[in-house]
Design a protein around this ligand. Structure first.
Ligand code: ZN
Length: 663
């Protein structure tokens, strides 16, 4: 019998958080799904990063098999610090649920699923939608940016401006009195409109697209006026210094309408849409702050298959919203791991993740009706970001915890998961009693109270395996490959600088290679936390041995390691005063400001969370109130879902069908 199946992948939705909200009665639809089917904490994969989890959910295979062995993929023979993004179809080596279904002549919809989706492979009967952000919008404000906690200043994207009397404007008589203008225009820089393989270069990953590269800029002039002559209360974004060229008029505190921006790509026009919000405008016109959402492409090409589907979605349900990235990852400043943009009010952040979830829901409902798929798969990402930010405030073991902050952040998490709950409820209703809905998270999260940092590269340097220095001109760390035998690259992977494989290889294959691997493993095992005497590494394995963790094949480092609970790595070599290396620095304490994941075993539990994945599934073909025989693995989802739904199992799936829950 034909039944519609919906797979919802959540980025790092921690089992314990969702369970707590569910038990408190806050998530009625997810609770109902769990009651009427199964709900388990599943063991995920190592490393626990979103792309590894997305690929595992989609293929039922382990990272060694599907090839997404980290956020980035490294191909042997390429320079050690060149990585390809794991998000693209060609990076995934194993068949996905939707590819298997498509091959069998079934209809599929893949919506905003972040791994193995674009360009769609073998999509004969399928629809794929993968929205593109053409340009990010900087924040403009009169206050000087407070970057104390923002170590990656180049990512901060705040521009300080002044408001000054409007000069050389025309047609502004009707716009209000005493016009002011932003001292510089809004500058939008758009890049490369198509999803394509990208290359990350260097220790800190400068990303460049490998094809379809184009750049285009658009500027908008901003006029601020008094609409009633009393105080400043109106903001116009204009194509030129011409009041009649306004693309929108904004009131402080409210999102403006969706507006269209056109970029000249050199080969034609790319069109995108976004919204702006004035966060601050004082009546006297002294303090001002404006933000915009990212501009997502709305013109056809490169983001939907068939192309007409994208146009149809924009027309029927509106443009796909682009998320406001609220955090920047840092490896530069050992004191800070993640940081919330201090200029973004929480309520605006809630609006942002709400609008994203609602668009996904509306797009999924529209496509379930119009495309009539046998399988619809979608991914929702803000769960990871919000949990990262919220964690230090909600885990009573963290120094930042206080009960008042905890109430606020539990409230934010509640609103976040209520969006997901609404998505689950709406899609369940749409597929009916016999349809199947499955909800799975890519991994979980934990946060130790006072985290210990492990300087992985310094440990290698101290063992005489890695040589680095600071370039006085650029102030960047440079590796001396002629003296380097091993280096950490891509989270849990350590690469030997191997002759004949790596461009600057110096270690001979055979005896020397084995000896270097022994030295790495011995060096890791010898490290002790000065506070506790404990070894911060749970394991350090030769790649052949890492096959027991599903890490095999040529996208795995020569040595693979995992960190113990409560430890997080520093992956850049750390220099001492005056630029000299300080390999002695191996483990230090710092105040953790974020939930973490990625480097610990999937079995890790710490504080109020764990790395375990949420797995909830119910519908036709699945027993009511089913109980699984533990352990349940994330790789079991695809085979079980395929079995229950009557879909073909992905060809390389390694998980088992959870026989005890299927009919
Ligand atoms: Zn994360």
């Amino acid at each position: 019998m034909r039944r519609q199946t919906v797979l919802i992948a959540l980025e790092s939705a921690t089992f314990e958080l969702v369970k707590k909200l569910m038990d408190a009665g806050k998530l009625p639809n997810i609770a109902k799904l769990a009651r009427e089917g199964m709900c388990e904490k599943a063991l995920g994969v190592l490393p626990s990063h979103p792309p590894t989890g997305y690929a595992t959910i989609a293929t039922g295979a382990y990272p060694g098999t599907h090839g997404i062995t980290c956020t980035m993929v490294h191909n042997p023979g390429e320079p050690m610090f060149e990585f390809h993004h794991g998000n693209f179809t060609d990076s995934v080596l194993a068949e996905t649920l939707w590819e298997a279904a498509d091959k069998a002549g079934q209809r599929t919809v893949v919506l905003n699923y972040h791994t193995g989706t674009w360009p769609p492979k073998n999509a004969r009967n399928g629809v794929a939608v993968q929205p593109i952000t053409l340009a990010k919008t900087p924040t403009y404000q009169t206050e000087p940016p407070n970057l104390e906690d923002t170590p990656l200043k180049n990512l901060a994207a705040i521009t300080q401006i002044e408001l000054q009397p409007a000069q050389a404007w025309v047609n502004i008589e009707r716009c209000g009195s005493d016009p002011l203008e932003m001292s510089q225009p809004i500058l939008l820089e758009a890049e490369s409109g198509e999803h394509a393989d990208v290359l990350c270069q260097g220790l800190f990953g400068n990303v460049r697209p490998l094809k379809n590269k184009w750049k285009a800029t658009v500027t908008y002039h901003v006029l601020i006026t008094k609409s009633g002559g009393e105080g400043y209360d109106r903001v116009l974004i204009c194509r030129a210094k011409d009041g009649s060229s306004a693309i929108c008029t904004l009131e402080p505190g409210k999102w403006g309408p969706w507006v269209t921006t056109e970029f000249n790509t050199g080969k034609g026009m790319a069109e995108g849409m976004n919204r702006y919000k004035v966060l601050t405008l004082t009546r006297d016109g002294r303090a001002f702050r404006i933000i915009g959402s990212g501009i997502t492409q709305t013109s056809p090409g490169g983001w939907s298959y068939p192309e007409s589907i994208g146009t149809e979605l924009v027309k029927e349900i509106g443009p796909p919203p682009s998320e406001i990235r609220c955090m920047t990852r840092t490896d530069f400043n050992p004191r800070t791991l993640y940081t919330l943009q201090p200029w973004l009010p929480l309520e605006t952040y809630v609006e942002d993740f709400t609008v994203q979830c609602q668009w996904l829901k509306n797009a999924a409902l529209h496509l379930l009706k119009t495309a009539q798929p046998d399988l619809l798969a979608l991914a929702y990402r803000p769960t990871d970001m919000v949990e990262h930010i919220a964690w230090p405030f909600i885990d009573p073991g963290c120094p930042g915890y206080n009960s008042e902050e905890a109430v606020i952040w539990w409230g934010i998490l509640e609103r976040l998961y209520q969006q997901v709950d609404d998505l689950v409820g709406s899609l369940r209703a749409a597929v009916g009693k016999d349809g199947i809905v499955a909800l799975a998270s890519t991994h979980g999260k934990t946060s130790p109270p006072l985290m210990q940092r492990v300087y992985v590269q310094n440990i290698l340097a101290r063992a005489g395996l890695l040589s680095f220095s600071v370039n006085p001109r650029t102030n960047g760390v440079e590796i001396d490959w002629s003296k380097t035998k091993a280096v950490q690259a891509r989270s849990i992977h350590i690469y030997v600088n191997l002759k004949g494989r790596d461009p600057d290889g110096i270690v001979a294959p055979g005896e020397e290679y084995e000896s270097v691997r022994d030295q790495i493993i011995n060096a890791f095992h010898a490290v002790r936390d000065p506070k506790t005497g404990k070894c911060p590494f749970t394991l350090a394995l030769r790649k052949e041995d890492a096959a027991i963790l599903g890490l095999h094949g040529d996208r795995v480092g020569d040595v693979v390691f995992a960190l113990a609970d409560g430890y997080h790595p520093v992956t850049h070599p750390v220099m001492g005063e005056g630029g000299g290396p300080t390999p002695d620095l191996q483990v230090t304490s710092y105040l953790c400001k974020s939930g973490i994941h990625g480097w610990q075993l999937p079995t890790t539990s710490y504080g109020i969370g764990s790395m375990g994945c949420l797995l909830v599934m119910a519908g036709g073909g699945i027993k009511e109130g089913a109980r699984c025989k533990p352990p349940v693995h994330l790789v079991d989802l695809a085979p079980t879902l395929a079995h229950a739904a009557g879909l073909p199992c992905p060809a390389q799936a390694e998980g088992r069908v959870l026989q005890e829950i299927v009919e």
